[in-house]
Write a protein that binds this ligand. Structure first.
Ligand code: AHR
Length: 557
């Protein structure tokens, strides 16, 4: 450990000393290391991970589901939003609580204009067959849209799902299927389920007898692969006549610790190898939402994934929230980490729409946060902890931290935060309450906090010249700092060694100040490389996971 840090110190010093100089003008520098003086003890809580559904870190990343758009809801436009081509616009009637302004007419986000994303329909024999979305016979409230396949005359069709940019199918492995069908207009014929390699080779071929019942029924079973391909797809072939409705088509590989609705083994192991002291969930801006209506609501992320509505994500795609609140707590338990839940403070993302709930409506938000804590920590007799038991976990989870809001500030935030603080402190005296305020004078506006949460995204030069950032802050009894997000993400392309070294330098500054900074987490944690944005710690493909240089810096520390 010490050796690695010394190595980083030397490399960092080397960069600082030699950067941009010709050999003749190379300045002299002396580095004095006082080995006799003992610094602050680095707390065991120091290094954690920050999870957010951004860049497909969940769907197409950690969450093991192989089918993309499994509920046929990916093209459902959130209420009040408007789609134009490949952009989606938030409701125009919201007001930013800081500026009083309506959303700028240009404020828009990524939208996939494909009417049925990730699915492809092909007629193999006969003619006139079609596949279209319908809301005629909803599977349930969470998944109102279904796919209606019609074969007006005898024919054969194939419906294929490409997964998240290919499915990594491995020979001899079993894949767990859940598929819901409704025999709309008496489909008569047969179905075949297949796993097919990119070159067309069949890796699995299994007939399925369709129930003549009209109402929804679920087929479950295992598909075993007879060959491997990292870019395979899942195919449903129908041969016959009539109409068949399909919904919630889900396919899982073996998961981390064999959890149902679980996580990808390779990615979960990559995270586990960091030995994170804590895991933060669900983010990030996603906590706040583009506007308040599309914030993450944890209660909609628990229970049977078939009954979860998912959400059009703040980051421009629809997310299933399959890696929901329960799965997050379970993952913490599986890797020996403490949970950190971030709740909405009654305020939407101030950098987006920035609407806020009315003061008289805030109690519902506070209660929602209290319920989340109850779900994790209650003894199984309280309302929400009973649901945890129903969901298969009788014992309480480890949830040590709650953060109120994400990157919010303002007098309204302070007022709202104070109400959360009072209620949470009264009900849970031992939980660590984090305010999302950075190192700012606004900390003086709030009634109390255990930790605050500054975020740092910058150039390498900033990180190198701010290793003393925390030296400057006065220590206050009982107040600690959690650097919830940091990354050298400017001037380093998609991330490079120089950025990673500068983070190392900054981390050493946090460690030196670890009487104040007792926790930190790099952000964002992960990207699917097919959906890249910014600089992320871990790069994921359907068949691979790679820790970038910054990952190895984190891992050393
Ligand atoms: O890490 C990505 C985003 O950056 C987070 O969602 C947000 O909190 C920050 O602005």
């Amino acid at each position: 450990h010490t050796t690695m840090k010394q190595l980083l110190t030397s490399l960092t010093a080397l960069l600082l000393v030699s950067g941009g100089c010709t050999p003749e003008e190379e300045p002299e520098a002396t580095i004095r290391i006082d080995l006799a003086r003992r610094g602050a003890d680095i707390p065991t809580s120091m290094y954690g991970i920050f999870f957010e559904e951004i860049n497909h870190a969940g769907d197409g990343g950690l969450y093991a589901e192989l089918i993309q758009n499994r509920g046929f809801e990916d093209s459902s436009v959130p209420e009040g939003y408007t789609v134009k081509g490949d952009r989606i616009f938030p409701p125009a009637d919201r007001t930013n609580h800081l500026t009083g302004a309506r959303p700028h007419p240009d404020l828009s986000f990524r939208w996939n204009p494909d009417p049925i994303p990730a699915w492809r329909f092909e007629q193999l024999e006969g003619s006139g067959a079609s596949a279209e979305l319908t809301r005629e016979y909803p599977l349930n409230e969470a998944s109102p849209t279904a796919l209606k396949v019609t074969l007006p005359e005898k024919g054969r069709i194939a419906l294929s799902n490409c997964g998240f940019w290919g499915m990594n199918i491995e020979k001899g492995k079993g894949y767990y299927l859940r598929m819901n069908t409704s025999n709309g207009n008496r489909f008569e014929g047969r179905a075949i389920l297949k796993l097919v390699a990119e070159d067309g080779t069949e890796l699995c071929n299994r007939p399925l007898a369709i129930d003549p019942d009209r109402t929804w029924c679920e087929y479950t079973g295992q598909l075993t692969a007879t060959g491997s391909d990292p870019h395979a797809r899942f195919v449903i072939e129908l041969e016959g006549t009539g109409t068949l409705l399909l919904d919630y088509v889900s396919l899982f590989p073996e998961t981390f610790r064999n959890r149902i609705n679980g996580l990808r083994n390779d990615i979960a192991q990559t995270l586990e190898a960091l030995h994170p002291a804590f895991v933060r969930w669900p983010g990030g801006c996603i906590v706040e939402g583009i506007d308040l209506s599309n914030r993450i609501e944890w209660k909609k992320t628990i229970g049977d994934p078939k009954n979860r509505p998912g959400i059009y994500d703040t980051w421009g795609y629809r997310a299933t929230m399959g890696f929901g609140y329960h799965e997050f707590l379970q993952f913490c338990e599986d890797i020996g980490a403490a949970g950190m839940f971030v709740c909405n403070a009654g305020i939407g993302c101030q950098g987006r729409v920035g609407d806020a709930c009315r003061e008289e409506d805030l109690d519902a938000f506070i209660q929602d946060a209290l319920d989340a804590i109850d779900y994790a920590l209650g003894d199984g007799t309280t309302e929400w902890s009973r649901k945890r038991v129903e969901n298969g976990h009788p014992e309480p989870f480890t949830l040590d931290y709650i953060e109120v809001g994400n990157e919010n500030h303002s007098a309204m935030y302070a007022k709202y935060y104070n109400r959360f603080y009072k209620r949470i402190r009264e009900a849970y005296p031992d939980i660590t309450i984090i305010t999302c305020l950075p190192m700012s004078e606004q900390l003086g506006w709030i009634d109390g906090y255990d930790m605050n949460d500054p975020h740092f995204y910058n150039f390498p030069s900033w990180f190198y010249s701010n290793t003393d950032y925390f030296d400057r802050f006065p220590r206050e009894e009982g107040h600690k700092t959690y650097v919830g997000e940091y990354a050298c993400n400017m001037g380093v392309g998609a991330g490079n060694m120089e950025g990673a070294l500068s983070e190392g330098a900054f981390i050493m500054g946090m460690e030196r100040n670890s009487d104040l900074v007792t926790m930190c987490s790099y952000a964002p944690l992960m990207e699917n490389t097919k959906c890249r944005m910014g600089v992320n710690l871990i790069l994921v493909r359907n068949d691979d996971v790679i820790g970038r240089s910054s990952y190895w810096v984190e891992r050393m520390f």
